[in-house]
Design a protein around this ligand. Structure first.
Ligand code: PLP
Length: 219
């Protein structure tokens, strides 16, 4: 049951590791139960789903955007989310900045790293991350607070390890640069089948869906 899943995950997570419940396809009722059971951060992939959940639940949890953010959805996303984990271009950062300005809001963001170097996937390549972060650091309301990666999906969770290692190395290198208006505070990596490995490799934020809510029907 969901409540037992949450209790067992929360009791096993090492101190300092933040849990994001990845809630795509889940109803506001399911999300509400998760929050009652101790979840504090909800991760959403789709702005439309997030709008419905947010309308029903509001700020009883914090909301992280973890999907691919289309430029035409930024306007709807910015008022809802407390963090956007998937910034991978200056253009997207600038659009977030513009909407933040209108609302007088600041937005913590993570830069998504395409650690698997998969051409069709979102995220910036590891070697391009520093340049992007330096550009984003000039924005006033967008604050880079770390990195996020998905890594390629394999059947065997062990195969994800090198991608987490590479992202952690990048995180450590970037921390040392002391870029203004930039923190390397959160390293978001690992999902249901890989989060233990991600934590071993330095993740301090994990995004877990299936192991909390059960199998998804679609998406
Ligand atoms: C769906 C999703 C997750 C969680 O996946 P599970 O395998 O269900 O734990 C984590 N991160 C992102 C970006 C996702 O889209």
């Amino acid at each position: 049951m969901m409540e037992d899943n949450i209790r067992s995950i929360l009791s096993e997570l090492p101190e300092g590791v933040t849990l994001v419940a990845a809630a795509k396809t889940r109803t506001p009722e399911e999300i509400s139960r998760a929050i009652d059971a101790g979840i504090e951060i909800i991760g959403e992939n789709y702005v439309q789903e997030a709008e419905a959940a947010f309308a029903a639940l509001g700020r009883i949890a914090r909301w992280h955007f973890i999907g691919h953010l289309q430029k035409n959805k930024v306007k709807k996303a910015v008022p809802i989310f407390d963090m956007i984990e998937t910034v991978d271009s200056l253009k997207l950062g600038e659009q977030i900045e513009r909407e933040c300005e209108k609302l007088g809001k600041n937005m913590p963001v993570l830069v998504e790293i395409n650690s698997g170097r998969e051409p069709q996937k979102s995220g910036v390549l590891p070697e391009d991350a520093e340049k992007l972060i330096r550009e984003l650091s000039r924005l006033e309301r967008v604050h880079v607070q770390g990195l996020m990666t998905m890594g390629p999906r394999f059947g065997d969770p062990e195969l994800a390890r090198p991608y987490f290692q590479e992202t952690k190395r990048l995180f450590d290198q970037l921390s040392k640069l002391g870029i203004e208006n930039t923190e390397m505070r959160y390293l978001s990596m690992g999902m249901s089948n890989t989060y233990e490995i991600a934590i071993e490799e330095g993740a301090n934020m994990v995004r877990i869906g299936t192991r909390i809510f059960g199998e998804r029907d679609y998406k």
